[in-house]
Design a protein around this ligand. Structure first.
Ligand SMILES: NC(=O)c1ccc[n+]([C@@H]2O[C@H](COP(=O)([O-])OP(=O)(O)OC[C@H]3O[C@@H](n4cnc5c(N)ncnc54)[C@H](OP(=O)(O)O)[C@@H]3O)[C@@H](O)[C@H]2O)c1
Length: 296
């Protein structure tokens, strides 16, 4: 199946390429960089589809600079809303199936139990609003065969992310303060990529779903686990002090949901898969990183 991965150079895009050969189907991958396919450019999208005629499209592209988006609202909406609309329109014209990735940041974080896909979205940030607008653009595009997958707290051995930032800081400092009052679920992009392939290749999956690894954590819990696991396998040599701090002590331009745990029950049931705790997946990612000589 000829499959177009958009955002191929991002952390999820690279994991999708790395896991494509593990699917049962034969996947013919097309994975252009941003310079070759900018989803904001409708003419370029249309001519790219006319040339390559993909049957399946996975959109892992997004404007993901959450804090910078507060100053660059137009750019965020251009990629995260208009870009999605352009892809949906091209998929409709070519009868292609579209898999689109979204985020827990569409929620306001005032819940205390995991968010279900149908729960009311109320973003707190420009990034969250632009991602929600992208979901809505796809839902109202007239394209029938699509999937929206919301995820959260994604990390990988590819690209930049919280795990790699923590490892760098833990190697440089004597102590670190990490936010302890934001709760979510760390998610290894490699496992998410495998789940995406499973859902993308099964057309019984239609509409809106949630996916993260299992369990919950604060950023502080996540940082403590990163240090423990990294010390265990020699990625870090000396433990440092990690202190829990309040969000108010670490102000950022964008407001983040205090609670961003997603309910994955329906996804896991339909996939018939056993959920795996995020800490197990963290260990796997750190081992992958260690094998690539700890390249941060
Ligand atoms: N990271 C997280 O914690 C997280 C959490 C929840 C949801 N998500 C969602 O998961 C998806 C993948 O995220 P990620 O972490 O893999 O992001 P990422 O590493 O920032 O990668 C995003 C990719 O999109 C590309 N891109 C940006 N604008 C584009 C455009 N107009 N046309 C084509 N490509 C464009 C970027 O190109 P360049 O490399 O050239 O900049 C980059 O390769 C996104 O939809 C994101 O919103 C991420």
């Amino acid at each position: 199946m000829r499959t177009l991965i958009v955002g191929a150079n991002g952390q999820l895009g690279q994991e999708l390429q790395a896991t494509a050969s593990q699917t049962k189907n034969h996947i013919e991958l097309i994975a252009p960089k941003l310079e070759r396919l900018d989803i904001c450019n409708q003419t370029q999208v249309d001519s790219y589809f006319a040339e390559f005629k993909p049957a399946l499209v996975i959109n892992a592209a997004a404007y993901t600079a959450v804090d910078q988006a507060e100053q660059e609202s137009e750019l965020a909406f251009e990629s995260n809303r208009d870009g999605v609309a352009n892809l949906a329109s091209a998929c409709k014209a070519h009868q292609a199936r579209l898999i689109h990735i979204s985020t827990d940041f569409v929620f306001d974080g005032r819940a205390s139990v995991p968010y279900k896909p149908a729960d009311i979205a109320k973003p707190l940030s420009v990034y969250g609003s632009s991602k929600l607008a992208g979901e809505e653009a796809l839902q109202t595009s007239g394209l029938e065969d699509y999937l929206i997958l919301r995820t959260a707290w994604v990390y990988s051995s590819f690209g930049g992310n919280f795990v790699k930032t923590m490892l760098k800081l833990m190697a440089q400092r004597d102590s670190l303060g990490v936010v302890a009052d934001q709760i979510g679920t760390p998610t290894y992009a490699r496992e998410f990529a495998k789940a995406i392939w499973a859902m993308a290749l099964n057309t019984e999956f239609q509409g809106l779903y949630h996916w993260t690894d299992a369990g919950v954590a604060s950023w502080y819990d996540f940082a403590v686990a990163i240090q423990e696991e990294a010390l265990e396998i020699g990625l870090l040599k000396i433990p440092i002090q990690i202190n829990p701090i309040a969000t108010a002590a670490y102000p950022t331009p964008a407001q983040r949901p205090a609670y961003g745990v997603l309910d994955k029950t329906d996804t896991w049931d339909q996939l018939n898969c056993a959920p795996t705790h995020w800490r197990v997946r963290l260990r796997e990612m750190l081992n992958t990183l260690a094998k690539s000589s700890g390249n941060l």
